[in-house]
Ligand binder design. Structure first.
Ligand code: PRX
Length: 630
């Protein structure tokens, strides 16, 4: 499965395009199927309806746990690094992981949870979160992990949309020196959620919590006496594996659905090839993402474990207790493959080279980045200082909806170019289209990044609303999956992803829709209306700037209420960086907000506004500029 030269990549790519059925069929056959598949891919991008290996039956956890037991049961699967380095580290072999997952699986079953039920996980990055993810998959329950930084309202929205029967949580989450409550947030959320019968509570910090008898269960009680064996539920390849909510340009976040078979095949294949991970060479992989995001699903919970990897799972943050934490942990665990986000690289780069050089990073072989465009300076620092100019950098472009990496170099095999994700993985067929759907063949011209053939881990649907899936990804360019990103291709075919062309903002690699933030702000007392735009931010990539029209309350009060309203509707992660209270928003004569003007102002480019005289209210423009320059 692992390609070992650029020529092998080129041959695999050609085969994957010329004969995708054979290409993916051969790869999929290397997994354990309870019942083999005879069909490889059936697809129609109009409805859309995509199926992979549809008559195959499997359980993804058999391919993670049982398959590795026979030969590699004693290999370390997880090296858990706690938030506080003085706390005890934990590690789990594949055999131990199997036992832990089965105990949780049996505990869930004992409470009547089974195939097709939705289970929400709202937890810190403790091993129990990973056990719970895999336990759900083991019994065929559909997990929906909600990042433990979302608010009660955001959690309630996700629980309701999924109709979840259980929520697994902890008392609190540690994030550096902070302790943030989780159980009380769940309690708040559940006032609005009738579907939830059970809440499991893991004592992460030992904080005292409120208790609802009959509903709440202590983690230890839930798994007490449970067997360390649990038969893996037989799942059709297309049965849903998980739902993960993500933001788009309109409405509330939508539940992206991935299925068992295709997701298993693609996360494994992309993992071993992009990172050139070799389990037999004693490689140690570390993906720093939280399981609350797709990266922590595909390249922590699934891909590496499917490949039998040894990996680090980190509870904390890069700057606690000091700015050398990543490098200290890399040295301690002998990390060979390190995968993080540009925002973390930029934040750590600001502290200079010395914190990196304090540690022996000589085992590092491949460095990866994900989640947002990486600027040249950060790329070079990562390559030069962290990688000692010895490690290829793989800039991996992908999305919650793609399930796995789409564009990237294969560590050490492919050419690299700073700021360019590069070439497509085998099986991935990118095209750049104009807004009118014409294919762009010239180099250096920006177009809409689309894919014209399905790959095994493509989004199957948006939970409970298939039409929304069609509208969002398959309608703009019929016959194609549209990413929502703009990109350019150079003369060597290397692709540079520039950023979103829709109303999605990418803050520190986290996606937010401008509409959802505006909706949150508009709920605040003393707010009449608002418009939100992104602006370039030195560390976060993009920051959130909100233009808010208040009632006649004092400006500072309006700004404070608007900010708190976002925190309460979405969570701290979406708190705007700047809130400008303004007398009005620039509008066309038909009443449409001119976001182009707001974007330019927020970017500090108000000298480039051009002619604004055709606006309904051109007089507000200088007032907006004044508010920005404040
Ligand atoms: O805009 C692209 C950006 O992140 C978006 C996907 O966000 P999300 O679904 O949260 O998944 C992030 C982790 C896979 C994309 O539409 N993005 C992701 N990776 C890159 C990127 N932009 C540029 N370069 C990348 N390597």
């Amino acid at each position: 499965m692992r390609l070992d030269s650029f020529a092998a990549y080129e041959a695999a790519y050609a085969e994957s395009v010329n004969n995708p059925e054979k290409f993916w069929g051969d790869i999929a056959k290397t997994f354990h199927w309870k019942q083999p598949f005879t069909k490889v891919c059936e697809w129609d991008f109009t409805t859309p309806d995509v199926k992979w290996f549809s008559d195959g039956v499997l359980n993804i956890t058999e391919n993670i746990l049982d398959r590795h037991l026979a030969e590699n049961g004693n290999r370390t699967a997880i090296l858990w690094e706690p938030n506080d380095p003085a706390d005890e580290r934990q590690s789990f072999t594949y055999r131990e992981l199997h036992g832990e997952v089965c105990r949780v699986a049996n505990g869930l079953k004992a409470q009547g949870i089974g195939k097709g039920d939705r289970v929400v996980l709202y937890m810190p990055m403790v091993p129990e979160l990973l056990f719970a993810v895999l336990a759900c998959a083991r019994i065929g329950a559909i997990h929906s992990v909600v990042f433990a930084g979302f608010s009660a309202q955001a959690l309630a929205d996700r629980i309701q949309d999924a109709g979840a029967v259980a929520v697994l949580t902890a008392d609190e989450v540690r994030r550096g020196a902070k302790r943030i409550p989780l159980k009380s947030v769940v309690d708040d959320a559940l006032h609005q959620c009738d579907s939830v019968r059970t809440v499991w509570m893991f004592p992460s910090t030992g904080a005292s919590v409120d208790w609802t008898a009959g509903r709440d269960v202590r983690w230890a009680d839930a798994i007490k006496g449970m067997a360390t064996h649990c038969p893996a539920e037989a799942m059709a390849a297309e049965d849903p594996l998980f739902i993960l909510y993500t933001s788009g340009s309109t409405g509330k976040p939508k539940g992206v659905v991935h299925s068992h078979g295709g997701y298993m095949v693609y996360t494994t294949y992309s993992f071993v090839n992009v990172f050139q991970y070799d389990a037999n060479a004693g490689d140690v992989f570390w993906c720093t993402a939280d399981i609350g995001w797709i990266t922590g699903h595909s390249y922590l919970s699934y891909g590496p474990l499917l490949a039998g990897a040894t990996q680090v799972m980190f509870e904390g943050v890069p700057t606690y207790p000091d700015v050398d934490r990543f490098w200290a942990a890399c040295a301690h665990h002998g990390v060979t493959h390190f995968y993080t986000a540009p925002t973390a690289i930029r934040a750590l780069m600001a502290h200079g080279d010395e914190p990196v050089q304090r540690h022996d990073l000589s085992r590092l072989k491949v460095l990866g980045t994900v989640g947002e465009p990486i600027n040249d300076e950060a790329w070079h620092w990562y390559h030069r200082v962290v990688g000692r100019e010895q490690c290829p950098v793989v800039d991996t472009f992908w999305q919650t909806e793609t399930g796995g990496i789409m564009l990237s170099g294969l560590g050490g095999l492919s050419p690299m170019k700073p700021g360019h994700a590069g070439l497509p993985l085998p099986g991935i067929q990118p095209v750049l289209l104009t807004a009118d759907g014409e294919e762009i063949t010239e180099t250096g011209v920006e177009g809409h990044l689309c894919f014209k053939h399905p790959w095994p881990s493509i989004i199957r649907t948006t939970y409970g609303d298939h039409e929304r899936c069609r509208q969002t990804y398959f309608a703009a360019h019929p016959g194609h999956y549209f990413t929502g990103d703009g990109a350019k291709r150079d003369a060597d075919g290397m692709i540079r992803v520039i950023g979103r062309v829709d109303d999605v903002i990418n803050v520190s690699g986290h996606r937010f829709g401008t509409a959802e933030i505006e909706e949150a702000i508009n709920q605040a007392n003393n707010v009449v209306e608002s418009a939100v735009v992104g602006f370039p931010h030195e560390i976060k990539g993009q920051g959130i700037c909100a233009f808010v029209v208040g009632t006649d309350a004092i400006d500072a009060a309006v700004a404070e209420e608007a900010s708190e309203s976002v925190v309460s509707a979405i969570g701290r992660v979406a708190r705007p960086d700047r809130i400008l209270v303004v007398p009005g928003l620039p509008k066309t004569r038909s009443g449409k907000i001119m976001r182009r003007i707001l974007r330019k102002i927020a970017e500090g480019r108000s000298s480039e506004l051009g002619d604004v005289s055709t606006l309904l209210n051109p007089e507000v423009v200088p007032q907006l500029v004044a508010a920005f320059e404040g």
